[in-house]
Design a protein around this ligand. Sequence first.
Ligand code: FE2
Length: 363
Amino acid sequence: MSDFLPLNGTDHVELYVGNAKQSAHYFKTAFGFQDLAYAGLETGLKDRTSYVLKQDKIVLVLTSALTASSPINDHLVTHGDGVKNVALWVDDATQSWKETTSRGAESAFEPYTLTDEHGSVVMAGIKAYGDTVHVFVERTNYRGAFMPGYIPLNREFQPADCGLKFIDHMVGNVGWGEMNTWVEFYAKVMGFNQLVSFDDKDISTEYTALMSKVMSNGNGRIKFPINEPAEGRKKSQIEEYIDFYGGPGVQHLALATDNIIETVTALRARGVDFLMVPDTYYDEVLDRVGEIDEDLAPLRELGILVDRDDEGYLLQLFTKPLMDRPTVFIEIIQRKGAKSFGKGNFKALFESIEREQERRGTL
Ligand code: FE2
């Protein structure tokens, strides 16, 4: 069967934030993103400003309201800083919008075209979980920095990159009993397939639990795990997210690197805070995952986790929430054959997250 929604990859991720200028500085300084483009008062916008940052294939757009009447403020009041638009790169945005809305997606905005001297970009949007929107971006032949309306940004302060290459997956947290609704949405409306499934028996600790299913598009370039809370003795980390985010939303972006030891060393030196597992994790990890290329010592020192599936292994690590609210975080991942998502690490990780929840009084 032909793919009715061919996706070339992630185009960009747009976060609505309280102060885009300072967020941009943070993502540059802490994570090694580089200036790409800018839109704001200087480009004729009256109500908002956006900084566009890039690291290899990863493009982040950080957007803030400039006036009290902007609807961006409503998003900010409800959710705090968070992901608004998960934009997908397509060859035909109008067709993508038609295919998905005809299968039951609610339109966020109809297809429209932006043009400047560098070409045209067509965009259309459909609503996903919570206030999250999937934007289809068609940029065939566009030669400008980002898209019409943006000017190139290339400031003198440009910290080195941290070896982050592309978005491996993006995880959504949804509310109680909503996981299968959204699994069905991705299957029916977007033609995705379910990759792996694990239930709350697989992912639970003494106190907290979650359920998760992973949806992937036809060519595997887009992977969206969907989490929902599960009943445990204490509050699930997914429930904590939903409480503080004010509903469903993007929980984490997983960013891929070819050398996780170098990347995490750089990120730590730049002040990124990661979740740490107990040292005992490393006493047992090789019994669980078998032989790996890396020395254990730097993994232990940096808190990098290892998991294996039938096809290989992966190395991963999770930051603490990036925001004041315990909501959005970033995962750093290096795949060495494994196509899974680190299920074997979840228990060790959850215990680490629970220690943080304990400190926040939200367990
Ligand atoms: Fe992940």
